[in-house]
Design a protein around this ligand. Structure first.
Ligand code: BJW
Ligand code: ZN
Length: 244
């Protein structure tokens, strides 16, 4: 007897599950028109994300880094959640224990209505003071340079996790708990190269979860997961979650 699971089998498993965790990356927002990081459209003025998203880059040239974020804010402001974001909101509403871990900073999951989530890399619509560490929402378009803190003379930066910086401990704790506890982990639209999220698939697998990847193409997660489905998030996610 063959034990190969089809998309219909996985759909059934999700239907019966009491705990589901989802990890998303830039691929889910690509279907809303937000460029991915490692795709060819993700470049701004020929800089790669690695050259701008670091504390060193901000210390060297904060104006340049803010120009990049202003460009991205302008772009994201015109985008809307797609059918994949929406299907995850419906899933959250019917699963007893649900947690969404997103690497995306575009805020499209909360805009769609997701509530049980950790934005582990931060949010492009929040700013943080480099001196007093306070953070708050900000939607200025553009944010005029130099943005100064309302509470102290500190320069504001995006409330985003850059390379070499630690994720918020509460986000990590919540994510690891959700990965260890879940019956099913869905990994949607991430290249699986940025840590610590790149290590989430084996953690869920070790905890006994069925791990399913949805992506346009194979990734470093593919050898670890139980199943990979290849296609666009906006088609596959509603299909898998039976909202089409
Ligand atoms: C579709 C699709 C469609 C497209 N449908 N799919 C251990 C080993 C090695 C290195 C490290 C390590 N631990 C830490 C590091 C260093 C570093 C790291 O991982 N580096 C690697 C590059 C090697 N990690 C960190 O520094 C992290 N901090 C940390 O671990 O702290 C402790 C520590 C510090 C220092 C040393 C050791 C430990 C922090 C990482 C923060 C990353 N932040 C960024 C930038 C934020 C800037 C901003 O957004 O403004 O977050 S990096 C960038 O990549 C962004 C993303 O969230 C992240 C992930 O990218 P994602 O989402 O996967 O996007 P893409 O573009 O890569 O892929 C898109 C995918 O979608 C593709 O697969 C497509 O096929 C697919 N796709 N269209 C379905 N329609
Ligand atoms: Zn301050």
């Amino acid at each position: 007897m063959s034990h190969t699971l089809t998309i219909l089998d996985v759909r059934d498993r999700i239907h019966q599950a009491r705990s589901v965790t989802v990890l998303t990356g830039a691929g889910i927002s690509a279907d809303s028109g937000v460029p991915t990081f490692r795709g060819t459209d993700g470049l701004w003025k020929n800089y790669r994300a690695e050259e701008l998203a670091s504390p060193d880059a901000f210390a060297r040239d904060p104006k340049l880094v803010w120009e990049w974020y202003n460009w991205r804010r302008e772009l994201v402001a015109t985008k809307r959640p797609n059918a994949a974001h929406e299907a995850l909101v419906k899933l959250e509403q019917r699963i007893e224990r649900f947690w969404l871990i997103t690497q995306n900073v575009d805020g499209l999951h909360p805009l769609a209505g997701s509530q049980q989530l950790s934005e582990i890399h931060g949010n492009i619509w929040k700013v943080r003071c480099t001196q007093c560490e306070r953070f708050w929402p900000n939607r200025d378009l553009p944010l005029v340079y130099p943005p100064i803190c309302a509470h102290c003379p500190g320069l504001l930066r995006p409330h985003i996790v850059w390379f070499g910086e630690s994720l918020a401990p509460e986000d990590l704790t919540r994510s690891y708990q959700a990965l260890q506890d879940c019956e099913i982990l869905l990994i949607i639209g991430t290249s699986g190269v940025v840590y610590p999220a790149a290590s989430f698939a084996p953690i869920a697998k070790d905890g006994g979860a069925l791990v399913v990847e949805l992506n346009l193409e194979p990734t470093p997660n593919s050898p670890v997961v139980d199943l990979s489905f290849h296609g666009r998030a906006k088609d596959l996610v509603p299909l898998l979650l039976q909202t089409v």
